[in-house]
Ligand binder design. Sequence first.
Ligand code: PLP
Length: 302
Amino acid sequence: MLTSPHALQQQLAINSTSKIDSFDFGWSGYQVIKTDVKRDDQLHPIISGNKWRKLKYALTEIMTSNCRHIVSFGGGHSNHLHALAYCCHKLNIRFTAIVRGDYSNHLTPTLVDLKAWQSELVFVDKQTYQQRTSADYLQRLKITYPNAVIIPEGGSQTQALAGIGEILAEQPQKYDYVLAPVASGATLAGLIMAAPKTTRVIGIAVLKGQDYLEGLVGELLPKAYDNWQILHQFHCGGYAKSNQELVTFCQHFSHRYQVPIEPVYSGKLFYAFKQLLAENYFHAHSKILLIHTGGLQGARAK
Ligand SMILES: *Cc1c(COP(=O)(O)O)cnc(C)c1O
């Protein structure tokens, strides 16, 4: 059945675009700068913003084909598994989630939702999970699930870049800087490709991964670009790690600006932005766009 991305979006009740809010946060260094926030957190109440952007074309292709089974990977609090499981539930697609770690006796709130949406949960140990990109392992999965499409962790594959690019294409304003959190790299790669040459794209690493993250982004890009970089000083010790300062910052911020943020992704982004302003990191009179990528699964665990 031929499906268009637009039809799929309607079927899932996902907003076709997200809005941009302008803020005066009153942070030091702020006075010289215009700050906009792209509210991808508001695309859908359940499907996490950047995860939809990444899945949009892959899911359209799957719906157009005869395949009705998807296999993918993630942790117990994964925004990606959560978003994809919900989509599959709504679209009558069988979904097998390969989960890092054994949560069978203590499902996380995220995994409880997956169960309710009839996902099949397959718990694997860390060693097995580490093989998630190896050709051998993927070949074995294809034998176990012969009629399934396998989507990589985070939905991060070449197909994801076009969907991400639409974040910038929706409002053709020019920014001097675009900032977004980075984990598996596809969001940043999509932004790098879609950004005008004069825009600097800055990734805020949410995990310890100097060089590793640059490699992930570079592998997804069809050619070399020189309009981007990743900053590594804001991960607070690693993926999903935080400290009291960050937690308090998120609470105050969410309350004060009525923009929900959490310590895993968006909190690190906004906190980094605040610190960069204090360091006079940006050129004077810069126009800055912060991408609120959505995703509140990490916050539910706490
Ligand atoms: C997954 C996720 C990211 C990271 O995106 P990558 O494409 O994996 O780098 C950022 N923000 C949120 C809310 C996410 O769920």
